[in-house]
Each structure stands twice: as structure tokens, then as C-alpha cells.
Design a protein around this ligand. Structure first.
Ligand code: GLU
Length: 277
């Protein structure tokens, strides 16, 4: 009798766990179908100034946020009907595959490995990997100068971490955190010597800590930012590509970059060819 009772409780707990999982999982509707219902859930970064940032007052800002809002607008979804969901680098494919987001605009490089799991619209921006160091540092000038056991921070599941591991890991001590803001904290405290990721991301952090941090060297990779969405959803992908194209041709693209990087000295590059991925 007692065993029976315990079993029943166990079954109940298992059923509850299943229900919770089901609720936590997303919907099967496509991005376009959700947009037709008037709502979208869009993945962004919450800790990348100039790109995707959750501000203290609860608002969101950055170029990726503006791209997300523009695309949503082209799909007839008002900004107030967008739910922004934090999408750390290592979780992006899973968030899309599980339907927890309709699409992701989060400094998300288009790569062949990721294309096995998700599709990309775009590219909507092109940048490259670079290095961030403390302003008083003089010996780190590029990836080669990380030789000799320098401590380098990057983020799990990101292309720069992979690139460094493939090309430079023998000589550097790579530390991988969950977010770039944690890497920047570690850099400021002296726990690491440099942070690596895309130049535009590092510019945002350097601008936030004037006099304390600087971006060094030339970029040493090419990162094509795409808008990640469910694999096979070519209808939404086509509509998002049209939206990106319109953002570029109307000048909204350039205006958004100018607004988000004003006063940082960041030189805005030429827009990319959409649909080249
Ligand atoms: N663009 C690179 C990537 O997608 C680095 C930036 C990031 O981790 O969000 O992995």
C-alpha cells in the first residue's frame, strides 16, 4: 500500500515535470504565423552595449534591437507586442529549435555548423573578431601576441572561442564564460589579460569604460551576422530578408548604427548584400 502510494506520487511528479516542460517549450507556429497573430518573441543579447542591452529602466536598446523592431514592423507587429528573450551565445540554436523564440537577432554569425540546425536570413551586418585589453597594456597587439600563456576570455558556443581554440589554443589559456559582460568584468579585475569576440561588440564595451579598456589590432576573422530562425521556414526567411533589404535601402540601417554608436568613434562599414548566405 505504502509502495503504491509512493509510486503514485512519483508518477504524479513525473507528469507534472512533463507538463512544465511542455509549457517551457515553445509553439509550433512559424514566425510569420505568430506575426499574423500580432505578436513575436525575439531573441537578443541583454548585456552587449550598442547591440543588445537590457537597460536599468527595463527598456531594450542597441542595433540588434533596432533591427528586430524594424523586421517586426515589416511583419506588422508593433514594438510593444514584441517579447524580447535573452539568448546567450551557446543557447541560440536550442532556443530556435524548441520554438522558444520566433527568431534571433543577437550578433549571431552565419556558419555552416549552425546551418545544420537553424536557417539564417541576412546577412545584415559584417564584422570580424578582435581583442579587448586594459588601456595600460602594451604587449598584446594581435592574436599572435597571446602566445606564452596569456589568459584569454571568450564565450561558450561562440565562433571567436572556436576560432581561437582551433588556431591559437596551444599558446593561450582560453577561459570560456557564459556572457561577454562576465569576460569584461574578469578583464577589469585582472583575472584575464584579454577578451576576444567581434570588433563591434568590443567597441561597445570599450566605449562604456573610457580610459580603462581598448580594442587592439586588426580583425582576424569575418563574421556575417544573420537572423536565425527555424530550419525550413523559407516563408519567414524570405520576408525577413525583404525587411533587412528595406532597412538598408531606406537608410534606417545606417541611422540605427549611427544612433547606437554615436560618440564611440566607431566607423560604420558599408551594408552587406542580403541573401548572400
Ligand atoms: N558573432 C559571434 C558568434 O555568433 C560572436 C558573438 C556572439 O557570441 O554572440 O558566435
Amino acid at each position: 500500500m505504502r509502495i503504491n502510494h509512493a509510486l503514485r506520487i512519483a508518477a504524479g511528479v513525473a507528469a507534472l515535470a512533463l507538463t512544465v516542460t511542455a509549457c517551457g517549450g515553445g509553439s509550433n507556429k512559424t514566425a510569420t504565423q505568430h506575426a499574423a497573430d500580432g505578436k513575436l518573441t525575439i531573441g537578443i543579447k541583454f548585456d552587449q552595449p550598442g547591440l543588445g542591452l537590457l537597460n536599468k529602466d527595463g527598456s531594450y536598446s542597441g542595433f540588434d534591437v533596432d533591427v528586430a523592431k524594424y523586421v517586426a514592423g515589416q511583419l506588422n507587429v508593433k514594438p510593444e507586442n514584441i517579447t524580447f528573450k535573452e539568448s546567450p551565445s551557446a543557447q541560440r540554436e536550442t532556443l530556435i529549435q524548441n520554438g522558444q523564440v520566433d527568431f534571433i537577432v543577437a550578433t549571431y554569425s552565419i556558419t555552416d555548423a549552425r546551418k545544420q540546425k537553424v536557417d539564417f536570413a541576412g546577412p545584415y551586418f559584417v564584422t570580424g573578431q578582435s581583442l579587448l585589453v586594459r588601456s595600460d597594456n602594451t604587449d598584446i597587439t594581435g592574436p599572435e601576441s597571446l602566445n606564452g600563456g596569456k589568459k584569454l576570455c571568450s564565450v561558450k558556443g561562440s565562433t571567436p572561442a572556436q576560432n581561437v581554440q582551433d588556431k591559437y589554443a596551444k599558446e593561450v589559456q582560453l577561459q570560456q564564460y557564459d556572457t561577454y559582460s562576465l569576460c569584461v568584468e574578469a578583464l577589469k579585475s585582472g583575472a584575464v589579460d584579454a577578451v576576444t569576440t567581434d570588433d563591434i561588440i568590443l567597441r561597445g564595451y570599450a566605449a562604456q569604460s573610457p580610459g580603462a579598456l581598448k580594442v587592439v589590432g586588426k580583425t582576424f576573422s569575418t563574421e556575417n551576422y544573420g537572423i536565425g530562425l527555424k530550419k525550413g521556414d523559407s516563408d519567414s526567411r524570405g520576408k525577413i530578408n525583404d525587411a533587412i533589404q528595406s532597412m538598408i535601402s531606406t537608410g534606417a540601417w545606417k541611422a540605427a548604427l549611427e544612433k547606437n554608436f554615436a560618440g564611440t568613434g566607431y566607423e560604420i562599414p558599408a551594408p552587406p548584400q542580403v541573401s548572400a548566405n
